[in-house]
Design a protein around this ligand. Structure first.
Ligand SMILES: Nc1nc2c(ncn2[C@@H]2O[C@H](COP(=O)(O)OP(=O)(O)OP(=O)(O)O)[C@@H](O)[C@H]2O)c(=O)[nH]1
Ligand SMILES: [Mg+2]
Length: 251
């Protein structure tokens, strides 16, 4: 069985958990796929899905906070470090999840995956099961201008660099688009170049960064998805499928 591991990464409250639940439901309903879900967030209290593998069985977040006298961010960093240290246990549990798709929900502290060692270590464990693909979520409520769009694409590129797996950037909560400035951020990267404003250091920098993205980013429009309306799920599935086909399966 070729298991496809899809990991949802993004800043706090960008919609990772909701998308994990909604995309899992969609894959089952539309494709009759066999889907398993993994919760890697040790601090989450309630989930809108029943995880097949739950990191809370391996790490007691509340106990960690009280015993080590840590605040929520410090405890999260420690918890994911501990998880990376339990890689054999994690790997054994992951190997038991035989399914078409394994959807992995990650903690909101996205620096864990982008700046620290623990996120890449966890991805390495996933790689031993099958080649994972990362969906990087950008929250529609904070991406409204060309420069914010460039930053959103750049974050996906940073994730690509740090995790060494394919990364698909998505714009989450697209059902809120109507109430937001319906603007530039769904455009192709190439169209961002030249639309970065008139002169000044900021527009020059944005323009130069957009050129870098044009060279290195996945040549795709950012896909707008909504966990509420399921808009964009067919497009997301198509891109996921294309990326897996392009990379081949490592199983
Ligand atoms: N309108 C709308 N709201 C959404 C959508 N996805 C998530 N939300 C809301 O955004 C908030 C955060 O959603 P979560 O799914 O918990 O986000 P998360 O990235 O898992 O959050 P953390 O794990 O805390 O980082 C919740 O209030 C959700 O109801 C969406 O597609 N549309
Ligand atoms: Mg979450």
């Amino acid at each position: 069985m070729n298991t496809r591991i899809v990991v949802f990464v993004g800043p706090g409250a960008s919609g990772k958990t909701s998308l994990t639940a909604a995309f899992s439901d969609w894959l089952v309903r539309e494709l009759n796929a066999d889907v398993k879900t993994v919760n890697l967030d040790p601090a989450v209290e309630r989930l809108p899905y029943v995880p097949d593998l739950d990191v809370r069985e391996l790490i007691d977040f509340r106990k960690l906070m009280s015993e080590e006298g840590l605040g929520p961010n410090g405890a999260m960093i420690k918890a994911v470090d501990m998880l990376a240290g339990k890689s054999r246990d994690l790997l054994n549990r992951l190997r038991k999840l035989r399914a078409d798709y394994v959807l992995v929900d990650t903690p909101g502290l996205s620096e864990l995956f982008l700046l620290r060692d623990s996120g890449p270590k966890v991805i390495k464990v996933l790689k031993r099961v099958a080649l994972p693909l990362v969906i990087y979520l950008n929250d529609v409520t904070v991406s409204k201008s060309v420069s914010e769009t460039v930053v959103a694409y750049l974050m996906s590129l940073v994730a690509r660099l740090r995790l060494d797996v394919p990364v698909i950037p998505v714009l989450s909560k697209s059902d809120l688009l109507k109430r937001q400035l319906k603007k530039t951020f769904l455009d192709e990267v190439s169209s961002l170049v030249g639309r970065t404003g008139q002169g000044g250091l900021l527009s020059e920098l944005t323009s130069e960064l957009a050129k870098i993205l044009e060279m290195y980013a996945i040549p795709t429009r950012m896909i707008a998805v909504s966990a509420v309306t399921m808009e964009g799920f067919q497009s997301l599935y198509t891109v996921i499928h294309e990326v897996f086909c392009a990379c081949g399966d490592l199983t």
